[in-house]
Write a protein that binds this ligand. Structure first.
Ligand SMILES: Nc1ncnc2c1ncn2[C@@H]1O[C@H](COP(=O)(O)OP(=O)(O)OP(=O)(O)O)[C@@H](O)[C@H]1O
Ligand SMILES: CC(=O)N[C@H]1[C@@H]2OC[C@@H](O2)[C@@H](O)[C@@H]1O[C@H](C)C(=O)O
Length: 376
C-alpha cells in the first residue's frame, strides 16, 4: 500500500458560523481513513465582521489586494485557525510532528468566475509558521487560471469516498452526493467513474434568511417551523420558473441569486415549508442534467437536519433511487468538507488533479494549491 499522510483540513464555509476541522490519513487517492474532527464557532461579533468583509471585498480588483479592514481580518482569521488546530492537537494528544500537512481553505469573500477572480482570506505562511506544520492553501486559483470556475472542489473527494462504500451501498451506481449548505450542490459518480458536479439550487440560504427575518432565529432547527406550514404552489412555481432551472447548462450560483418571498406572500410557517419544498425540488431537478438517474443519494451538509427537506427529497426520488444520510453510509455529513481539504492538500503535494472538466469546467484535469513550508 502507498504511504499514508496524516493531514488536517480546515474549512470556513459560506454560512460563516465557524471553523470545521477534520483529520484524515490518506494516500491522496482511494485510501481514506477518516479521523477525529472538531468545530470552533465564531462569536456573533466576528461573524458580523466577516459579513462586512463581503462588502469591503467588492472593491478588490487584483486578488492580493486587501482594502479596509481586510488585512487585519485576514491575520485574525488565520490566528483563529491556528488556535483551532492547537486546541485539536492538545485534545487528541498529538504533536505538530504527527501531522504531515494542513489544508487551509480560508474564508471566501469574493468569487467571480467570469472575471477569473476568487479570493479566500487566509495567510498560509503565517499559519505554517505558527503551527510548525506545512500548509497547502489557495486551492481554487489554479483551476480558474485554467478556465475552471474555481468551485466545487469537494467532488473528487466524494468519488474517493464512493470507491470505499461498503455493505448494502457498495457498487450502487450511479451514486450522487448532495451537499445542502448555503447553496446546494451535487456530485454524480457514474458506473464508469464519470464525475459530474454542479450547484443545484438554493440550499439553506433562503430558509435561513426567511426565519431570521420573521422569527429572529438563525435557521429552522430540524424543520420544526416548516412542519407547521403548508406548501404554497404559486410560490413554488415561481421559484422553479427561474431561468436557472430552464437553462441548458448549469452555472455556479451566488447566495443572492434567488430573492426572498415578499412578507405579504406567506406566513412564517408557510414560507419555511414552501422554501424547504423548493430546496428539495431544485435538487431533484438536477436529474435532468445527468446521463443516468442515480440509484443512491447520499445527503450531506447542514440542510440534512431539516426533516422537511429530507422527506420531500425522499418522495421526489423514491421511484428511481434510495436516499440515505451521510451517516447511514458511515460518513460524517458535517465534517466532509474539512476532510476534503485535508485530502486535497495531500493530492496537491503529490501534484495530482483536484478538479476535472466535469466538476469545474477546467480545460483539463488540474492540480492546484500553494505550499507554505513551516519556517523554523
Ligand atoms: N439542526 C438543524 N436543523 C435545520 N437546519 C440546520 C440544522 N443545523 C444546521 N442547519 C442548516 O445548515 C446550515 C449550515 O450548513 P453547512 O454547515 O453545511 O453550511 P456551510 O458550511 O456554510 O456550507 P457551504 O460552504 O457548503 O455552503 C445552517 O445555516 C442551517 O440552515
Ligand atoms: C468559492 C467558494 O467558496 N465556493 C463554495 C461555496 O459553498 C458551497 C459551494 O459554494 C461550493 O461551490 C464551494 O465550496 C465547496 C466546499 C467546494 O468547493 O466543493
Amino acid at each position: 500500500m502507498a504511504e499514508l499522510t496524516r493531514a488536517i483540513g480546515l474549512m470556513s464555509g459560506t454560512s460563516m458560523d465557524g471553523i470545521d476541522l477534520a483529520m484524515v490519513e490518506t494516500d491522496g487517492d482511494c485510501v481514506v481513513r477518516r479521523g477525529a474532527s472538531s468545530f470552533t464557532a465564531y462569536e456573533p461579533a466576528f461573524r458580523a465582521r466577516l459579513e462586512q468583509a463581503l462588502d469591503a471585498a467588492r472593491e478588490i480588483g487584483a486578488r492580493e489586494e486587501r482594502p479596509g479592514d481586510l488585512a487585519a481580518l485576514e491575520a485574525e482569521l488565520t490566528d483563529r485557525h491556528a488556535a483551532a488546530v492547537e486546541a485539536f492537537l492538545a485534545r487528541e494528544k498529538l504533536s505538530p510532528d504527527a501531522i504531515g500537512v494542513v489544508g487551509f481553505h480560508g474564508q471566501t469573500v469574493l468569487h467571480r468566475p467570469h472575471e477569473g477572480l476568487t479570493v479566500q482570506l487566509g495567510d498560509g505562511q503565517r499559519l505554517a509558521d505558527r503551527l510548525g506544520i506545512d500548509v497547502v492553501h489557495d486551492l481554487r486559483a489554479n483551476d480558474m487560471r485554467l478556465g475552471g470556475q474555481g468551485a466545487p472542489l469537494v467532488p473528487a473527494y466524494h468519488r474517493a469516498l464512493a470507491a470505499g462504500l461498503e455493505g448494502d451501498w457498495a457498487g450502487k451506481t450511479p451514486v450522487i452526493f448532495v451537499n445542502i449548505g448555503g447553496i446546494s450542490n451535487i456530485t454524480y459518480i457514474g458506473e464508469d467513474d464519470t464525475l459530474i458536479a454542479f450547484d443545484s439550487g438554493p440550499g439553506n440560504t433562503l430558509i435561513d434568511r426567511w426565519v431570521k427575518r420573521h422569527a429572529g432565529v438563525p435557521y429552522d432547527s430540524d424543520g420544526t417551523i416548516a412542519s407547521e406550514g403548508r406548501v404554497l404552489a404559486g410560490l413554488v412555481n415561481r421559484y422553479l420558473d427561474h431561468p436557472f432551472f430552464t437553462a441548458p447548462e448549469r452555472i455556479s450560483l451566488d447566495r443572492n441569486d434567488f430573492p426572498l418571498p415578499d412578507d405579504s406572500e406567506a406566513s412564517l410557517e408557510d414560507g419555511a415549508r414552501t422554501l424547504a419544498f423548493v430546496t428539495a425540488a431544485a435538487i431533484a431537478k438536477s436529474q435532468a442534467h445527468l446521463p443516468v438517474k442515480p440509484k443512491l443519494w447520499i445527503l450531506c451538509g447542514g440542510g440534512r437536519h431539516n426533516r422537511r427537506i429530507v422527506e420531500d427529497l425522499t418522495v421526489a426520488t423514491r421511484h428511481t433511487g434510495q436516499l440515505i444520510l451521510a451517516e447511514d453510509a458511515g460518513f460524517n455529513g458535517d465534517s466532509m468538507e474539512a476532510e476534503a481539504w485535508a485530502w486535497l492538500a495531500v493530492r496537491s503535494l503529490k501534484g495530482l488533479p483536484l478538479t476535472y472538466p466535469g466538476t469545474t469546467g477546467v480545460r483539463e484535469p488540474a492540480t492546484g494549491g500553494v505550499l507554505a513550508r513551516a519556517r523554523a
